[in-house]
Design a protein around this ligand. Structure first.
Ligand code: PLP
Length: 381
């Protein structure tokens, strides 16, 4: 079998063994419904409670501020549509950024179709929103700001504390899509002026199909899925017990190993960037030098079609991405690359490598070597 060099951890991560082991009983003998009163159901309920505590601890929240969802997209949809809808008498203006994930952008588009006004903040060439510009975009009718914690394509970490302080000062709700940040960098909601935060388990070595929305105590968000009384009556549906358990374990481990993983990911990231810059001409390293996710490398290579290059890399087992995973089949230039103003001759040659703690120096060096060979080959045509 072809050896896989997995450098697409921003698209998804491998389920960790410890999470898988904790999930297994809930996929077999512990199959009870957590809403029932007998022992089998009580066991499922206890497992959910334990997972909720672990998740709350990981971001320094209280367990009753954690609401389980089916994914990060659901958490984003709920926060944005929920708060916008509940506050429409007060105003119908929302502020977000041009570089959000489509879960946020398309939720905003949906509201815009319903008559809401949406302001899409520009970002600078490193992908950061300017808090002062954002402050001046707030009007009497603004009810919600949704700015991502860290960008999924270029890895830029946004000035969340500054934006949150402005939101507080102006009495506007603040949601952050932290799908790429949770489990990667420290997050302490007690220190952050945020009202809601979205996360997704499959980005931190948990299972797919489960995420959560943090909702700060006192923030009134309406139910998103109507039905039974699960999740404090706010998100109906029989719980994904195994998923929630796996998410709890995976996040606990990610936080426990965070410092060491971050250091190692940064080391490999620098090795990859230095290697590419040394071996390949005419490359732009996108994103921010300092405010950046530890495993993210995003580059634009002059005169190259990233789609073709990705196929060549795949042939030798290297998994990378041309933009966000959701756009992988559309080789159109991503909205993020457009927003940071990459020159035309470079845009289509944009690649994202997202490094995980399982990657090795050999894999990084091999990737540099193959990239060098393939770019030279493509340029020779
Ligand atoms: N937000 C960001 C920043 C993401 O990167 C993703 C997934 O790539 C999502 C939201 C959606 O998460 P999920 O795949 O769990 O729906």
């Amino acid at each position: 079998m072809k050896k896989i060099i997995y450098l697409d951890n921003a698209a998804t991560t491998k389920l960790c063994e410890e999470a898988k082991a904790e999930m297994e009983p809930y996929l077999s003998e512990e199959y009870g419904n957590a809403s029932t009163g007998y022992e089998l159901g009580e066991a499922a309920k206890a497992a959910i409670t334990k997972a909720r505590i672990r998740i709350a601890d990981a971001i320094k929240a209280s367990p009753d501020e954690i609401f389980f969802t089916s994914c990060g997209s659901e958490a984003d949809n709920w926060a944005i549509k929920g708060i916008a809808g509940a506050n429409k008498e007060r105003g119908k203006h929302i502020i977000t950024s041009q570089i959000e994930h489509h879960a946020v952008l398309n939720s905003c588009q949906y509201l815009s179709d319903l008559g809401y006004e949406v302001t899409y903040m520009k970002v600078d060439e490193q992908g950061r929103v300017d808090p002062y510009m954002l402050e001046s975009a707030i009007s009497e009718s603004t009810t919600l700001i949704s700015i991502m914690y860290a960008n999924n394509e270029i890895g830029t970490i946004e000035p969340i504390t500054e934006i949150g302080k402005i939101a507080r000062k102006k009495g506007v709700f603040f949601h952050t899509d932290a799908v790429q940040a949770v489990g990667q960098i420290p997050i302490d909601v007690r220190q952050l002026p945020i009202d809601m935060l979205s996360a997704s388990a499959h980005k931190f070595h948990g299972p797919k199909g489960v995420g959560f929305l943090y909702v700060k105590k006192g923030v009134k968000i309406p139910s998103f899925i109507h039905g039974g009384g699960q999740e404090q009556g706010k998100r109906a549906g029989t719980e994904n017990v195994a998923g929630v358990v796996g998410m709890g374990k995976a996040l606990e481990l990610s936080c426990r190993n965070m410092q060491i993983n971050q250091k190692y990911q940064r080391y490999l990231r620098n090795r990859l960037v230095e290697g590419i810059m040394r071996e390949v001409d005419d490359v732009i390293y996108n994103g921010h030098d300092r405010y950046r996710l530890p495993g993210n490398v995003n580059i634009s290579i002059k005169g190259i079609d990233a789609g073709t290059l990705l196929i060549m890399l795949d042939e030798v087992g290297i998994c990378a991405s041309a933009g966000s995973a959701c756009n992988a089949n559309a080789v159109a230039v991503s909205h993020v690359i457009e927003a940071i103003g990459i020159p035309d001759e470079y845009k289509k040659g944009t690649l994202r490598f997202s490094i995980g703690a399982d990657n090795t120096e050999e894999e990084i060096d091999y990737t540099v070597q193959k990239l060098k060979e393939f770019v030279a080959l493509l340029r020779s045509f």
